[in-house]
Write a protein that binds this ligand. Structure first.
Ligand code: SF4
Length: 263
């Protein structure tokens, strides 16, 4: 077991490497291309990567070449599998974490562990209002009365604003998440955000995700093994029974199944 001193030195080296890479990455950034140019790229790639034999690494090699660091990863910190696959192609890539103010402590712990050990640059994407300011303006526990508005203000709008810095974003959406996601392509045009959306592990099953995590020592949120196959904000996520729809614990009892990020 390493000593506290060794852990501190390792952390300092990790942080220094991240800072050095940030300067280099800034130098490499190209101007963001037009909406039309990006749409043409998305449409062409969607056809090219529609073959079922295409792997996540195939798509990510193309992403690294086409967009470089004008790419961001969205990560809910349910697990770090997608960032782990991505960091091989784009080390220290911006990894966006929607800091809603309502996360489980386990999710915050996963975020901190990922930041301190992986070759990623965590970007906390913040809502305009703190939870206290939102309570004061809209009344306490808006999530229980109007979750669509709460998600809009705490997730959708902050993410859309942050995404203006990139040409492409990577998501961990998988086809087996829910019937609504069953036809998720590996590459698509995101008309709402005017950019390319890439879902490199769309074809993976939940078991394949866990196998990858286990084989590669990837950090996963401990809640994943505690009855939470899908993890969102604490007030809007409950445990699911074995065999239940994995996303049935999200906004349970409400007429809502998605937060609006992937609509
Ligand atoms: Fe609000 Fe719930 Fe949406 Fe989180 S998941 S932003 S708490 S409504």
């Amino acid at each position: 077991m390493s000593t506290l001193q060794e852990q501190r030195e390792r952390q300092l080296r990790h942080d220094a490497e991240r800072d050095a890479h940030a300067a280099e990455r800034e130098r490499l950034l190209h101007p963001i291309r037009s909406r039309d140019a990006l749409k043409a790229i998305a449409d062409s790639a969607a056809a090219k990567f529609s073959d079922p034999a295409v792997t996540a690494d195939d798509v990510l090699a193309w992403v690294a070449d086409e967009f470089g660091y004008r790419t961001a990863v969205a990560c809910s910190m349910a697990d770090a599998v997608l960032p782990h696959v991505v960091q091989k192609h784009l080390p220290w890539i911006d990894t966006l974490f929607l800091e809603t103010g309502y996360h489980f402590p386990e999710t915050e712990g996963t975020r901190d562990a990922v930041e301190s050990t992986m070759q990623l640059t965590i970007v906390d994407v913040m809502p305009k209002l703190t939870v206290e300011e939102q309570d004061a303006t809209y009344g306490k526990d808006l999530f229980a009365r109007d979750p669509a508005l709460c998600c809009q203000m705490r997730k959708v709008e902050p993410l859309a604003e942050q995404l203006t810095n990139y040409e492409a974003w990577l998501t961990g959406v998988r086809r087996d998440d829910s019937p609504l996601r069953a036809n998720t392509p590996l590459v698509e045009w995101d008309d709402k955000n005017g950019m390319v959306k890439v879902n490199p592990i769309a074809a993976w099953t939940f078991d394949e995700l866990l196998e990858y995590a286990s084989a590669n020592d990837v950090i996963i949120n401990p809640l994943l093994h505690d009855g939470y196959p899908s993890i969102g904000c604490a007030p809007c996520t409950r445990r699911v029974a074995p065999g239940e729809d994995p996303r049935s614990g999200r906004w349970a009892g409400l007429d809502k199944t998605e937060c609006g990020l992937h609509a």
